[in-house]
Write a protein of this length. Sequence first.
Length: 240
Amino acid sequence: MQKLKLLISLFFIGLGPVMAQGFVEPFSDFVSNRECYVITNDGETIIGRLGGATESRGFITRLRIRDEDGKLYKFKAEDIQRFAIRPGSFAKLSTLSEKSTSVRHILNTDQNDILDREWIYFDAQNMPRRKNKIALLQLLNPGFDQYIKVYDHRNGSKSMPIGVQGVALVGGEERTYWVVKGEGKPMIVRKASFKKSFADLFADEPDLIKGQRRRPKFRDFAGHIQSYNEIKYRSIESRN
């Protein structure tokens, strides 16, 4: 079954549409001994290869990194600002296979984003549903995360697969994200209550909210963040 899912996913690589910048697809796993770096809370950058990682409920809580001189560094998540690792071919193909839960999921997945990914980024944040527990969460909007950061909610809900004769047509898509705005507290953004989350997140830019002629869509979340960023940039430029 896993081989079949992977073949279906690879088949659809050539069919995927050209997509606007959206959230990157989260990687579910990666292999040790890959090139990586850590930026500590003190601003120090350690470059090396991943020696290993400890997880709790699917989130990274500890890292071991060996630099080019062979020195081993051990980090707790709370000691790190950012961790980044280069995904290997196995991790990329494994992620493609994981995104093959349904035909619609395959078509909506930017396969080139997965295959061409240079780095996977993680930030130290509070874990979902674990008060005061810090872990490294995978960033899904690198490059447009200046004001709002969106993270993979590893244990969040996904849409239920619905299919015909054993072939899932829809389902498997993300329905929740772990979101941090500025220095604020993390919040869960759900598809089911996105209208309220939209109003809360963008309340400081009422023009963005007023500009919505229709009910805001969860699937357009990345685009809303980019629009919010553009408004912020224009506001800064007008003051200079």
